[in-house]
Write a protein that binds this ligand. Sequence first.
Ligand SMILES: Cc1ncc(COP(=O)(O)O)c(C=O)c1O
Length: 381
Amino acid sequence: MDANLSAALAAPFTLDVNPGHKASSFPNRAGSLDSAVMARAQAVIGGWSGYAPTPLHELPEIADYLGVARVVYKDESARFGLGSFKALGGAYAVAALARQIEADGGSATDLTVTTATDGNHGRSVAWGASRAGCAAKIYIHAHVSKAREDAMAAFGAEVIRINGNYEASLAACKEDAAAHGWQIVSDTSWEGYHEVPLTVMAGYTVMSAEILAQIGAAPSHAMLPVGVGGLAAGIVAPLWQAAGSSLGHMIAVESHMSACMRDSLVAGNPTPLDITEETLMAGLSCGEVSDLAWDILKPTVSHCVTIGDEAVAPLMRWFHHRTNSIEAGECSTSGLAALLAMHADGAAWEQLEMMSDSVILLVGTEGATDPDFYRLTVGVD
Ligand SMILES: Cc1ncc(COP(=O)(O)O)c(C=O)c1O
């Protein structure tokens, strides 16, 4: 077996069942990700210049090894040239805010948008602001790399670095927004703040609509990387729309270091945690689930897996050096890492009801969003 794949097999993991899993109660209601909200996002983003569905790669060598029918990888590395699926969310929410101001007789130039970010969401907001002609103030925490900071500044955003973790950057962003009348464009929701993050998640559903068209049906298993849960909710909602109560196994994948969805699903309530160590999978490093995403994921996620960083570098190398090279950034390795580790542990594999006709979706949420780390890791100049 390929040395990079075998390095990933030994990675430790945990697997929990969601006791609240009850797919027949999906909250497909107004005010959540209902059909009209999803259809609008898909129509608007589909009309943006440069829009094209991202590729869905077959991974036949992985499917053969696991003994399943198909393993498919949705590759978001080239989404609108921004390097991650986040291009669909923040920028769409900024466009919606600008459109609203203009509909009210104002000008987008009067708008200042702000957000806290690990990098990818901020890049999308900064890009959205440059498209709409408004100002952007982006808050990052101590561990966000210089390359990610520069990528946001390149769109003309002011980037403000805060000492501390993601939660500290979010607190500073909220305080300054209240003081200056800026509009927060967050990818996470909280009590009293739902409209913008709902729009962000609606943008993400574009990915899932493409996946359904590319696979031809809803997959039997989806490995869903989770930070605050917006991505997972944006994938699950259209799958639910297509499959209804025969929705397959929706499996949340988190880092051991930021397993807020696992803690919440096990407790039955959103349960925040304090992040004391940062995973290499920066986009997954969030200590609190989005309450909008929670509404969608609590009844639909069947299991939650947590993994460490052991498989990140080997799997980035594996994706890069396979025959049809795939540019997979740190977070993009999470689903395959979880899958390989659980396969190596027969009991976990059985619990997930993996069969010879299973179709497993992996979400490659980012490409080389930190180009220096990518080059160093995969060993190219
Ligand atoms: C590359 C990448 N993957 C996955 C995620 C997780 O998405 P969410 O926070 O919506 O759960 C993020 C979030 O920033 C990300 O940047």
